[in-house]
Write a protein that binds this ligand. Structure first.
Ligand SMILES: *Cc1c(COP(=O)(O)O)cnc(C)c1O
Length: 371
């Protein structure tokens, strides 16, 4: 074996996005013990930083030592009990994974189907709530990375509460890239990740639980079906006020990376980060439209950080993506499901959301399509 030397790529796909050099160097700092008081002080700063960017006062706001998907499992595993009725609005791949979580936990999933590429319909959710008076949870994805559509979290949460349901919201791609207010929008449980709009490495998820979610957790009749993700245990590690109990060994250096990414986003200002993502989306959009490349999602529901565009007729999806990767060191993502071969997903997330990346992507596409 020899040392591994990855090429330097520009990551403009569905994730991971480019990791900022400051975050890479933060992760190269010396490893210290995960119960070292200096490390614990850093854990506290991470929690405070997360509360600021989630726009919440939720005390139970913390990272989980595993990727975004583990944040999803943490929410469902802690909140869904056997026979719970969970309404899941599905408008893409990640909603389907929510269903998988619920059924594996013995819950009953009630599916509200929306078209891929569109926002979740509040009318359809209301219909499902009316028809299922004993449902107790509503779950949906804020920013569907598989299609590039965003949904109206505030209205969906309000509706769910009118029918006495708590809400679980996937914000893996939305956090940092588009407006998100956990407290103001009354989101009960939310999860996100580090590898999309936070400019950090893949491998950590972020969760926040509000009052209603904690009450649901505290009144469970059955114990949480996972030892590793049982928040009652993890809380003693992340929250144990004076004395922390060993739960697992935190990924120390990755948390240095998360800490630095929070420092950076707070320096920029979370609102400014949203504005940067929006402005760069406009730049990319203008360039693509000038080349007659059009968007899948209607203007109102488009995500600035994930641009799904229709592949021009007569062009080979895989061939073009491989030229981009091999000749330009540029990664964009393929379509999924019914959109395989039909769309490209161009990410402008976190540190990838920069003017020079847009110029590279547009000029590379122009050159390839011309040939
Ligand atoms: C990327 C993503 C996930 C999963 O995150 P991983 O870090 O890949 O586990 C979940 N939901 C959405 C919407 C995502 O975009």
């Amino acid at each position: 074996m020899q040392s591994f030397n990855p090429p330097v790529r520009t990551l403009m796909g569905s994730g991971p996005s480019d990791v900022h050099p400051r975050i890479l160097s933060a992760m190269a700092k010396p490893t210290i013990g995960h119960l070292d008081p200096i490390f614990i002080a850093m854990m506290d700063e991470i929690k405070e930083g997360l509360k600021t960017i989630f726009k919440t006062d939720n005390k139970l706001t913390m990272p989980i030592s595993a990727p975004g998907s583990a944040g999803m499992e943490a929410c469902f595993t802690n909140l869904v009990e056997p026979n719970d009725k969970v309404i899941i609005c599905i408008n893409g791949v990640f909603g389907m994974r929510m269903k998988e979580n619920v059924t594996r936990l013995g819950g009953k999933a009630i599916i509200v189907k929306d078209n891929w590429g569109e926002a979740i319909s509040t009318d359809k959710l209301e219909h499902a709530l009316k028809n299922n008076p004993n449902a107790n949870i509503v779950a949906f994805v804020h920013a569907e990375t598989s299609t590039g559509a965003q949904s109206d979290v505030k209205t969906l949460c309000k509706l769910a509460h009118q029918y006495d349901c708590i809400t679980i919201v996937d914000a893996v791609t939305s956090l940092g890239g588009t407006e998100l207010y956990v407290d103001e929008w009354e989101i009960d449980a939310i999860y996100s990740g580090t590898q999309k709009c936070l400019s950090a490495m893949p491998g950590i998820s972020l969760i926040s639980f509000g009052k209603r979610a904690i009450q649901k957790l505290n009144t469970r009749k059955t114990s949480v079906n996972s030892w590793f993700l049982d928040l009652n245990l993890i809380m003693n590690y992340w929250n144990g006020d004076s004395k922390r109990t060993y739960h697992h060994t935190a990924p120390v250096n990755m948390l240095y990376g998360l800490h630095e990414s929070l420092v950076m986003i707070l320096e920029e200002g979370i609102e400014n980060s949203w504005v940067r993502h929006k402005k760069n989306h406009e730049l990319l959009k203008n360039g693509l439209e000038a080349m007659n490349i059009n968007f899948l999602v209607n203007k109102k529901d488009r995500l600035p950080q994930l641009n799904s565009v229709l592949i021009p007729k007569g062009f080979d999806d895989e061939k073009i993506r491989s030229i981009l990767l091999n000749d330009y060191n540029l990664e964009i993502s393929a379509g999924l499901g019914a959109y395989t071969g039909k769309i490209w997903r161009i990410g402008l997330m976190g540190y990838s959301s920069r003017k020079e990346n847009i110029v590279l992507c547009l000029s590379a596409l122009k050159e390839i399509l011309r040939k």
